[in-house]
Design a protein around this ligand. Structure first.
Ligand SMILES: NC(=O)C1=CN([C@@H]2O[C@H](COP(=O)(O)OP(=O)(O)OC[C@H]3O[C@@H](n4cnc5c(N)ncnc54)[C@H](O)[C@@H]3O)[C@@H](O)[C@H]2O)C=CC1
Length: 370
């Protein structure tokens, strides 16, 4: 770890325990110095409270890998155009963050820490700004909900039609906001189809715990609603030059990007064997199985294995999908795509490492919806 990385980690450990207070101070400082900024945030800050702070801290802490994150940060800058973020906002946010940490760190805080955070933050902000400034697309797209279907108690699949052309690559995700239901609350979801001639986009959403946006999208979204979409992000794309057979491992609605990549494969694949491992808690949550089976019946190169982790009488595989994949194989020559909750992705990456799958052949995008 470089010196800068060490200083950042060291200083964050001084305030880590008081994250809530740091977040409270940070937003108060932000809105005090820039009352206009309040309009960019949702009315109720409860859910939002730790999001921005966590995102910045994670990005800053990864500064040693900044080169690796350049594409991500540029895309994040483009994505942030949906908030109408101006260059001066970046400065205010950085200043408020450092002040909030300094105030809560106690006597051990030093000028060195101030400088380290300022340097790392400036680097990240400049890459994000570059991404935003070179983007010629609209800051967001309006899209009309044209279909909405409840597939399980907590899972819905819905389709939208963007009002202007919306370009993306199979496997990417976008932030979504529904102004009628929850203005200014944006959450990322994967697009569950490859680009289509009719421009429609499909999303799979599960209403989880305190996930306000997800619950609203599952329970309250209606055909005819207008939602807003931000710029597409993510690098979980197919490499058309690869001739390797491919394995997709999906947990729950993490199936969405897998469906998108499968749809792309149906357009050109003739030679690669493709295996889908789809895990859910119970059989009802295997919400898209009928469609997967239909694809497998039509394309001889595709096979599907399903598993339930909390349904002992399910006749298919039992257990977490990260373990189920290890019962098949050998996999050391395959390309892998992993999609699901953070813990599911982590567990699957561990299994694959144990199975000697080189990490370079494993693609995943990890994002969590709260
Ligand atoms: N909706 C979308 O477009 C996308 C969603 N995701 C993420 O996928 C997740 C889906 O959540 P749910 O449907 O509620 O899935 P879930 O929590 O019900 O889990 C589904 C399956 O994933 C596996 N799994 C879960 N936790 C695991 C762990 N700790 N270790 C090993 N395996 C585990 C198990 O096989 C389980 O049956 C969410 O976290 C969401 O953020 C990811 C990509 C796209």
């Amino acid at each position: 770890m470089g010196d800068l990385g060490r200083l950042l980690k060291e200083s964050w450990s001084l305030v880590e325990e008081h994250q809530d207070k740091v977040a409270g101070y940070f937003y108060a400082r932000l809105f005090l110095s820039y009352p206009d900024l309040r309009d960019l945030f949702p009315v109720h800050m409860d859910v939002q409270r730790s999001r921005l702070l966590n995102a910045i801290v994670t990005a800053v802490q990864s500064i040693d890998d900044a080169d690796k994150f350049t594409d991500y940060l540029r895309a994040l800058g483009r994505d942030h155009r949906k908030f109408h973020v101006e260059p001066e906002h970046y400065e205010v946010v950085g200043g408020a963050l450092i002040e909030a940490m300094r105030v809560h760190a106690g006597e051990q805080w030093s000028v060195e820490y101030d400088e380290a955070w300022a340097e790392a933050y400036a680097k990240i902000a400049s890459v994000m700004l570059q991404g935003a400034e070179t983007d010629t697309n609209p800051p967001f797209w309006y899209a009309e909900v044209v279909a909405h279907e409840r597939r399980a108690t907590d899972v819905s699949v819905f389709t939208v039609l963007p009002m202007q052309p919306f370009e993306f690559r199979a496997g990417q995700y976008v932030s979504i906001e529904c102004p009628r239901i929850q203005p200014r609350l944006w959450r990322p979801y994967s697009i569950a189809n490859a680009p289509r001639r009719d421009n429609t986009l499909e999303f799979h959403v599960r209403a989880v715990g305190a996930g306000w946006v997800s619950s609203a999208l599952v329970r309250r979204l209606e055909v005819g609603d207008m939602i807003r979409l931000a710029a597409p992000m993510g690098t979980m794309n197919l490499d058309r030059r690869s001739t390797r057979d491919t394995v997709f491992v999906a947990g729950g609605t993490g199936l969405a990007p897998v469906k998108s990549l499968l749809e792309e494969l149906t357009r050109y694949n003739r030679t690669r064997w493709v295996h889908v491992f789809f895990g859910a808690r119970n059989r009802e949550d295997l919400y898209d199985l009928a469609e997967l089976n239909r694809l497998a019946a039509r394309y001889p190169w595709l096979s599907v294995v399903t598993a339930c982790s909390d349904d002992p009488t399910y006749p298919g595989e039992q257990g977490n999908i990260s373990d189920v994949v290890a019962r098949y194989g050998p996999w050391s020559e395959h390309d892998f795509f992993v999609s699901g909750s953070g813990p599911m992705v982590k567990a699957t990456l561990k299994t694959l490492a144990e199975l000697q799958v080189p990490s370079i052949r494993v693609k995943y995008d990890s994002f969590t919806d709260l």
